[in-house]
Design a protein around this ligand. Structure first.
Ligand SMILES: NC(=O)c1ccc[n+]([C@@H]2O[C@H](COP(=O)([O-])OP(=O)(O)OC[C@H]3O[C@@H](n4cnc5c(N)ncnc54)[C@H](O)[C@@H]3O)[C@@H](O)[C@H]2O)c1
Length: 362
């Protein structure tokens, strides 16, 4: 079992990474939170069906442990499910010394983390991620639910006591979720670590290559990048914005297609290629975008913007991005691999490049 220390201004905590390490959960609870009164596990239906019972057997009977199951998917990050979690905690008389365990992907991590951040003004929580994408979301302490007017609009910065990442849990992950999570792994390499990027290109040719030691290495590197960015900027006032590489257009595509139609990672993959094109146009960099797109295609990513989307609507969505200022689009671009910067982009350049992507006349 490897241990990576996650350091932020507000808290330092361990992340444990390995295969079949979930059975150590009880020891980890005792180490990081010895005075726990009771435990609330929040999970979703799919994760519960595969591992719910098993997880509960790893928690010592001396704790009062309760499990609350939400539906799978983004819909669980709603006020309704947030409220239901709080009601469940109150009905079971959880006190301020209770511990929440977020057992699932990014959705459960965000929801359970926000429940923990706000229940009785904050109780401890541990992240037990079960998706590849959650190597990203479980680290850094951003927790949130959605409002019908925007994703992740109601939330907090709230760090967990520990993260327990058991790659054994990924064995049941559907292929599209591997694809979605791997885009964030590539993103971490592109914004921070050329050596890791070269390693990925050399070693990972299909999603099936992401197994065993290679998977652990890729996750460890991805987490290290996220950890180093978060260490420098916990609350997203500076370099943490670089984590949005590929997300400005990615989010716009996700939203225009309708959430769930295209996965987060698939949108981000197209967004990263687009950001490299913008970088080439502005800084005269020479990213071999077509070659990188062919590598992406080996994992089953669409590398073109889905046809039928309107460039004007995509631009409007990009202008509404949380990182935009006064309706101007700000994108994370690359000077080189590992050297990101944020730049305001003219609408005209975006429209021209989108038109090229969509193969329509500007
Ligand atoms: N907090 C952050 O810093 C941060 C960063 C990135 C993304 N996010 C959030 O993460 C969410 C996306 O996370 P996600 O991609 O993990 O989605 P998810 O949590 O919805 O999981 C994807 C699907 O896989 C299923 N699943 C999860 N683990 C499984 C397993 N081991 N075996 C079988 N099925 C399993 C889930 O039930 C779900 O249907 C979004 O809401 C996004 O906003 C947060």
């Amino acid at each position: 079992m490897q241990q990576i220390q996650i350091e932020t201004l507000s808290k330092t905590y361990p992340l444990y990474l390995g295969n079949q390490i979930l059975r150590n959960l009880n020891d980890i609870i005792e180490q990081v939170k010895p005075d726990v009164s009771s435990i609330l596990v929040i999970t979703d239906e799919a994760v519960d069906a595969h591992y719910g019972e098993q997880l509960m057997t790893y928690i010592d009977v001396k704790y009062q442990a309760y499990k609350y199951v939400v539906p799978s998917g983004e819909k669980a990050k709603s006020f309704e499910h947030y409220y239901a979690c709080q009601t469940f905690a109150l009905e079971h008389q959880l006190d301020r010394h209770a511990l929440t365990i977020a057992f699932g992907g990014g959705v459960v991590g965000d929801l359970a983390g926000f429940v923990a951040a706000t229940y009785m003004r904050g109780i401890s929580f541990i992240q037990v991620p079960t998706t590849l994408l959650a190597h990203d979301s479980a680290v850094g302490g951003k927790v949130a639910i959605n409002h019908e007017l925007g994703k992740n609009m109601i939330g907090a910065f709230f760090q967990p006591e520990a993260v327990v990442y058991d790659i054994h849990l990924l064995e049941t992950l559907p292929e599209k979720e591997w694809r979605s999570g791997f885009a964030e792994v590539i993103k971490h390499a592109l914004i921070h670590d050329i050596g890791f990027y070269n390693w990925l290109q050399k070693n990972i040719h299909t999603l099936e290559d992401l197994r065993g030691d290679k998977l652990i290495y890729a996750i460890e590197k991805g987490i290290s990048v996220k950890a180093s960015v978060v260490k420098e900027d916990e609350t997203e006032s500076g370099v943490r914005a670089h984590l949005n590489f590929g997300h400005t257009l990615g989010h716009a595509i996700e939203s225009e297609c309708g959430y769930g139609k295209i996965s987060h990672g698939e949108g981000v993959a197209i967004g990263m290629l687009f950001a490299m094109k913008v970088s080439n146009a502005l800084k005269k960099t020479s990213f071999p975008v077509a070659e990188i797109a062919r590598w992406f295609e080996q994992f089953g990513y669409a590398t073109m913007i889905p046809s039928g989307l309107s460039k004007e609507r995509l631009l409007t969505k990009m202008q509404a991005d949380k990182k935009s200022k006064k309706s101007h689009v700000y994108m994370v671009l690359l000077e080189d691999i590992g050297k990101p910067y944020v730049q305001k982009i003219d609408d005209e350049l975006i429209l021209n490049l989108l038109a090229e992507e969509l193969k329509i006349k500007p």
